[in-house]
Every structure is written in structure tokens, then in C-alpha cells.
Design a protein around this ligand. Sequence first.
Ligand SMILES: C[S@@+](CC[C@H](N)C(=O)[O-])C[C@H]1O[C@@H](n2cnc3c(N)ncnc32)[C@H](O)[C@@H]1O
Length: 355
Amino acid sequence: MEEEPMAEKQPVEEEEAPAEERLELAFQRGFLAGRRVAQLPWEDLEQTLSNTKDSSLLLAVLQKTVLHPLCLKYPPSVKYRRHFLSELIRKHECTTDEPLDELYEALGDVLNAAASTHCYKSYILPSGDAVTIRENVAIISQGTTGLVTWDAGLYLAEWALEHPFVFTNRRILELGSGIGLTGITVCKTCRPRAYTFSDHHQCVLEELSENIRLNGLFVQCEHYSLAGEKCRDREAELAKLQGPSITVAELDWNSVTEEELAKFQADVIIAADVVYDPDLTRSLVAVLQKLPACTNDGNPTEIYIASTSRNPDTYSHFQRVLEQVGIRWEDLPELRKNFLPYDQNAKISILKLLL
Ligand SMILES: C[S@@+](CC[C@H](N)C(=O)[O-])C[C@H]1O[C@@H](n2cnc3c(N)ncnc32)[C@H](O)[C@@H]1O
């Protein structure tokens, strides 16, 4: 079997690592996740280089980014790698005189690489393991926003890393999963009992299933149709494989019924970046209203919605519609860590809804 490229294990407390090592890891984390090149810690790099005049740090950054085994197997887009390498070369040229052929060789390789409509982003988890997502290079393609990973999805995944007990041994239903970063992170780190990814767009569902497999997880029910119960009988079989029972379901907020939602027996419902279009808000809230208020164990169903507030009117409209239908909410405290590199300048928050 082909060996998976692993991110090398990070120190348990990264804050305690020497400054240069922390800088290299910041580049690694940001680069592999495809963060905007301008947002990488260039100033810190430039300052360190101007103190040392030694190119070993640049070589280490190159090894941890463009030459990292994850990048070689699952590369970010050609455009992104070109931009990153050009910036690294600029820093090299303005800080050290030592030639560094490796940088120019790497740029040569990328200049010869063919551009594609798809790219990969890899997110290093605290364990040192990684989640890799294949996504579209265009933010909107095939008429959907679902073929890329959004910051609220990263934020919700980060929240899950800090609150694994919310998911452990429970049945999770995710609405508007897109291509799966949040759910795959939860499945890999929080030990849920069952996880249902859902979306309404066919291409999104196909990419989502591929990404789940890419991360070594087993999809028990694929494109599970709400009209039927085809894969449920295989749950016992799956319980033998130590992972969660994973379903990829076609679920449209405009047509899903109470009975169909009840079949998931979800203890926890999550969604990220689903509040962006006022026209969709009513159908999303209608889904929330149709959810059973209690789980099979008699506990209240828990709902967590992570949103980026791009337009305050859209976000307050969502809150108003919740109020109108009698759904209360509480705003969860802001996250402190930024392990999964979501944009810290974006206004992202998580609402816990109370049915
Ligand atoms: C902005 S994307 C967010 C994707 C992912 N949760 C993330 O944070 O990266 C919104 C998602 O909602 C899905 N969506 C939009 N309208 C929907 C509907 N009526 N029923 C189900 N899913 C829908 C889209 O297909 C898309 O995957």
C-alpha cells in the first residue's frame, strides 16, 4: 500500500519551540492550507534573516512548504506556489548574498507545471496528522459556493478541536457540508458515533465523498437518498470498523421533511457558512424548526451554526427570523487559538441554538 505523506509531528506545546522553528511551522501551516501569501509571516522572516545573514532558515522554510511531502503529493495551485516562491526569492535577494540554487530550481519546476482547475489544501492537526481537501480554484463554480472551504468551516473545525466532548460518541448531522473540511476534522479528532455530511448539490456531494476517502475515512452510505433507507442496515457491520459510521446525504433545505430529519436521530446538528443569502435564510430556518427538539435519550438537540458576518444586514436578518419562529440562541465565546488558519480579520462567530 502506498505510504501517506505525514506532516512531521509537532511539539506538544508549539509555543515552547525556539523562535526559528515556530516561524518555519507558521509558514508550513499557512502555506499548506493555502492562506493568502500576503498573510504569511514575511516580516518576521525578513527580520530574522537580516540578523543572521544565513540562508539555512530559507532552506528550512522551503523544505517545510514547497518541498514538503504533502505539497509534493497534494499540491496547492500552481499560481499559489509561483506567488509564494517569488516572494521567498525576493526575501532571499534582499537579505542574504549567499546563492541558494534550491529556490530557483523549485521555481523552475513550478513554472513548468500545468495549471489545473483543482488544487489541494492541507491542514495540520494538533496531533501532527493532516486533513487534506481537494477543492476548486474558483470561489464559485458550477453555480455553487460549495466547492471551496470557507473560513467559518475552518473556525467550526477549530472549535471542535477545542470542544471534542460535544461530538464524542454522538450522532452528528451537518447541513451544507460543502467539500467536507469541518466534518472530516470532527471524524478524525472527536470520535463521533455517526456522522452525516449533507448538501444539495450533486458536484459538491461527489467531491465531498472523494475528500472523505482521501482522508482515509470509510463512507458507509453514499449519496444516501432521504426517500429510502438503503444503507442503515449496514450500521452494525460498520461498528466493527473502529471509525464513525459515515453517511453522505443529499438533503435540500427547501424540500426535506420532519420525518426525513428524524431518521438521522441526530444528537448534534452543525453548519458552517450557511448564512450568506437572505433568500436561503428562511428555508434554512424552516429546516431548524423541523428538527426534533429532543434526542432519543431525551436530551435537548444541540445546534451550532458558524457564520462569517460579511454583511451585517444578512446576519441580523437571520437572527430576526430565528426570533420570529421562537428559536433562541446564545453567542459562543470567541476562539483563542488559530490552529486551522482561518482569517483572523474575518468576523466569525458561532451561535448555539435552543429549540
Ligand atoms: C458557503 S458554502 C459552505 C460550505 C462549508 N460548510 C464550508 O464552510 O466550507 C454553503 C453550502 O451550503 C449548501 N447549500 C446552499 N443551499 C442549500 C440548500 N438549499 N440545501 C442544502 N444545502 C445548501 C451549498 O451547496 C454549499 O455547500
